[in-house]
Design a protein around this ligand. Structure first.
Ligand code: SF4
Ligand code: SF4
Length: 69
């Protein structure tokens, strides 16, 4: 179980990084040199112990952070 960030929706504001209790969101660089934010599905717990995805609550863009398949 994990959340994921839809790259095309992301404003790259970085707000989600600060609120993740598991430090599972990192800033990375894609193949074309663009900054992207990525959730590590192996670490993300969907914040089951925090009452729901904290990153999703903090993100200013609706539908930017969604459940991973
Ligand atoms: S759902 Fe929680 S653990 Fe997963 S990336 Fe978002 S803030 Fe981090
Ligand atoms: S809070 Fe939302 S818009 Fe901002 S970097 Fe994270 S995923 Fe992107």
């Amino acid at each position: 179980m994990a959340m994921k960030i839809i790259v095309d929706e992301c404003l790259k504001c970085g707000a989600c990084v600060a609120v993740c209790p598991r430090e599972s969101i990192t800033e990375q660089t894609d193949d074309s040199g663009e900054t992207i934010y990525v959730i590590d599905a192996n670490i993300c717990t969907e914040c089951v112990d925090e009452g729901g995805p904290q990153c999703q609550e903090e993100c200013p863009v609706p539908e930017c952070i969604v459940k991973a398949e």
